[in-house]
Design a protein around this ligand. Structure first.
Ligand code: NAD
Length: 398
């Protein structure tokens, strides 16, 4: 009898559960654990935050999509005890394991910036995404009484992929809220430290994204390092300047970066931003029974000698390999190295536009890129859930 625990049912964990559930010997008990019974397709959170998509289009019940051999347990992990081979929970008795796959995902990272936690809205799950939209709508609705333009200003702090995709959606939201509440035009503002946006994409595609957003009325501030968030303002310094500038607004959304789950630090793993460096086989060298994947892990890319970025595509692939390697350890087979060849990077810019880079020369912008993004979203629903869920909740031909 072998006990396997999979912690977290995000992209990495759910894939690991699906693969291991089909490969493991019959006397293996596989338990997939998450604090929520619902899986969230978190690459689409920007749509929920902007109110352009209801949350039920990006969520499904975990228990409905896992193989029969996998049990689902709803419980919140508190701490992993690697030496004792046990896991403590906030709301469940301690469980022990023979093998564990840790896939606890990301959380918003404030980098200790003054006022960020108190005054900016993080975007990390459906709950925080829905709260962002509620705050934005409440502020816009309040304008009639306040006549304060800060109620009509939404500021997105950080313009990585999340920030850029969110800005693209907010363009639609702003127009809808303006009509609904008969207000003057809303201001959508982006504040980003870097001057070269989206470094994972060719510069021409990054420029396309910025110019597209500007053409839709988004105020883009680049080379602007945020130093503080006040209750009604983002404070920043322009590159090469010591002068503090302020942009005033009542809806301040935080997309400045992410780190892995805090459980990693609490469990005493050697880590950086809650990401643990693992072997090429995705486990710990001194504890081969511990696999760490997705946004809580760092896997070295031999090509660049830097860890791979944290993306859903990579997390899913890690889920596959970790599951196969656990099955190999149980049955005495050979372990597989994690290798990764990017299938490309695609980002949406609102309802009908986007950018896509499939190879150094294969670059697309505009509607074709948006179509690709929809295909990827649907493929993910198909693989993470099933065909029926994809048909019910997918994007095509929307
Ligand atoms: P990120 O770390 O990629 O981007 C954060 C942005 O905030 C960066 O551009 C950074 O320069 C900026 N920033 C940091 N500190 C700042 C400061 N003090 N002032 C102003 N700007 C500051 O984070 P993310 O966008 O949340 O993405 C997280 C991960 O998810 C990344 O690996 C990303 O590639 C991935 N992702 C991918 C997609 C996609 O492929 N379509 C979509 C969303 C997220």
């Amino acid at each position: 009898m072998t006990d396997v625990l999979i912690l977290g049912a995000g992209y990495a964990g759910i894939r690991a559960a699906k693969v291991l559930g089909k490969m493991a010997p019959r006397d293996t008990t596989i338990t997939l654990i998450d604090k929520s019974p619902i899986h969230e397709e978190r690459t689409q959170l920007h749509e929920i935050a902007a109110g352009t998509m209801p949350a039920n289009r990006i969520t499904f019940h975990i228990a409905e999509v896992i193989p029969n051999q996998v049990h689902f347990l709803q419980a919140e992990v508190d701490k992993i005890n690697v030496e004792a081979k046990t896991v403590d929970f906030k709301d469940h008795e301690t469980l022990s394991y023979d093998y564990i796959i840790v896939a606890l995902g990301f959380q918003s990272e404030d980098f200790g910036l003054e006022g960020a936690k108190e005054n900016a809205l993080p975007l990390e799950d459906v709950t925080t995404a829905e709260y962002i939209y509620q705050t934005l709508e409440r502020n816009v609705a309040n304008y009639a009484a306040s006549q304060d333009h800060k109620d009509l200003t939404v500021i997105v702090a950080g313009a990585g992929f999340t920030g850029i995709e969110l800005l693209g959606e907010l363009v639609h939201t702003a127009a809808e809220l303006q009509t609904k509440y008969r207000t003057p035009k809303l201001n959508i503002v982006s504040v980003e430290r870097s001057t070269r946006l989206l470094p994972m994409l060719d510069e021409s595609l990054a420029d396309y994204s910025v110019n597209f957003l500007k053409s839709k009325g988004v105020e883009m501030h680049t080379g602007a390092a945020i130093t503080k968030i006040e209750p009604d303002a983002v404070v920043y310094k322009l590159e090469g300047s010591d002068t503090e500038e302020r942009i005033y607004g009542h809806t301040i959304i935080w997309t400045v970066g992410v780190s892995g789950s805090d459980v990693i630090t609490k469990s005493g793993f050697e880590q950086r931003r809650n990401r643990v460096m693992v072997s090429n086989q995705l486990n710990l060298k001194d504890h081969p029974e511990v696999f760490i994947i997705g946004d809580v892990s760092a896997v070295m890319d031999p090509g660049t000698e830097r860890p791979y970025p944290t993306t859903a595509q990579i997390s899913t692939r890690e889920g596959n390999v970790a599951a196969k390697n656990v099955a190999a350890l149980i049955s005495g087979g050979e372990l597989e190295d994690f290798t990764y060849k990017s299938m490309g990077t695609v980002a949406s810019l609102g309802k009908g536009d986007g950018v896509a880079q499939l190879s150094p020369t294969k670059k697309y912008s505009g509607f074709r890129a948006k179509v690709l993004k929809r295909v990827i979203t649907d493929k993910s629903l198909f693989e993470d859930a099933n065909f029926g869920t994809m048909m019910k909740k997918g994007r095509w031909p929307l």
